[in-house]
Design a protein around this ligand. Structure first.
Ligand code: AVI
Length: 332
């Protein structure tokens, strides 16, 4: 995505310059307009995402919770009872509870959740803060900066050769395309120590109707989550999007095993964004592509990790919904 074309005249008093830049770049690019999914998660978006995770149609979070709860002992035994657990994009950390409790039965555990949302980290500390034998040190940062901070900060406390367990759960890996996913997994491997483990959660391919229902639920929660991106532009960048003039759309690209979320303009319109000094034209039915959610075959997940230089250790699969946890290790 090119973000260089548009002048970004953001209102420095209120706007996050990175958000301003992403919006200007994504909405002025030639061809398909885009907005990156990382900007879904302001306070409203995070609350809507929490609601999505309990929808009957969105089985992903429940399946992963059940898998982690059933396999927690097995996972911590296979990853050498880690005393250091680092989690990328922890959110509220609800699913992680089982793993921490299983590891903390053997030893004291340092848990370092990494998230860009301070609100999510606060809830994480509230939810997991009372787990026996677990000490939590939240890190408010992007993934790569957060891992660097976590690994550097924990060096002094780590006995040499004692492996850490890095968690990347929730199928967030599916929000990258295949090439980006491999290069991201390679980048995080570089920052970990030899012998460290990675547990990667990935949603598996399932029938089209089941997927479309999960990303276009009849209650409209996912639609609200998607439309909130426009509302966020209105709030933070003095945008003039009329939300009723855009529709949430979920599509399934079977060849790429990918759900796409779009916001479709219901009519030809021009939308002013004051803080950016931009007016964005939309044709009737033109869309803004806001998210891709790639789905995996179980052996795809191990192949993707191995292509990034990780060694495959073991995989656990929940087959009712279709979800896999895959454990990798960095070579010693
Ligand atoms: C965070 N991520 C893995 C979710 C997903 O399923 O791609 C975000 C989401 N988008 C719509 N519903 C949920």
């Amino acid at each position: 995505m090119s973000a260089s074309a548009a002048p970004v005249l953001y209102n420095a008093a209120r706007a996050n310059p990175e958000f301003a830049h992403a919006v200007a770049g994504g909405l002025t690019r030639r061809g398909q307009k885009t907005l990156p999914p990382s900007w879904f998660y302001d306070e409203v978006g995070s609350a809507l995402f929490e609601a999505i995770t309990v929808l009957p149609e969105y089985g992903l979070t429940r399946a992963e919770g059940a898998l982690l709860s059933n396999a927690a002992d097995d996972i911590v035994r296979t990853s050498s009872h880690p005393g250091l657990v680092i989690e990328l994009g922890s959110g509220t950390g609800t699913k992680t509870r089982h793993l921490l409790a299983a590891s903390a039965r053997y030893r004291s555990v340092d848990y370092l959740p990494i998230d860009i949302s301070a609100a999510a980290l606060d809830s994480c500390v509230k939810i997991l803060g009372t787990t026996d034998n677990v000490s939590i040190q939240p890190i408010e940062a992007t993934y790569i900066d957060g891992i660097e901070t976590a690994v550097a900060g924990s060096k002094a406390n780590r006995t040499a050769g004692e492996p850490a367990l890095l968690l990347f759960l929730g199928s967030t890996i599916g929000n990258f395309d295949r090439t980006q996913a491999t290069s991201f997994l390679a980048r995080i491997r570089k920052r970990m120590q030899p012998g460290d483990y990675l547990l990667l959660g990935a949603d598996l391919v399932k029938p089209r109707a089941k997927l479309l229902n999960a990303y276009d639920d009849p209650t409209g929660v996912t639609a609200a989550f998607n439309l909130n991106l426009l509302a966020r532009i209105n709030r933070e960048l003095d945008g003039h999007f009329e939300l009723s003039q855009f529709a949430h759309e979920a599509r399934y690209d079977e060849r790429r095993s990918r759900i796409e979320m779009h916001l479709r303009s219901r009519r030809a319109q021009k939308v002013r964004i004051d803080a950016l000094g931009l007016t964005i034209p939309f044709a009737t039915s033109e869309t803004i592509w806001t998210e891709s959610s790639h789905k995996f075959r179980a052996d795809d997940v191990s192949r993707t990790g191995c292509r990034a230089g990780w060694l495959f250790v073991r995989q656990w699969v929940e087959s009712e919904w279709g979800f896999a946890e895959t454990l990798f290790q960095k070579a010693k």
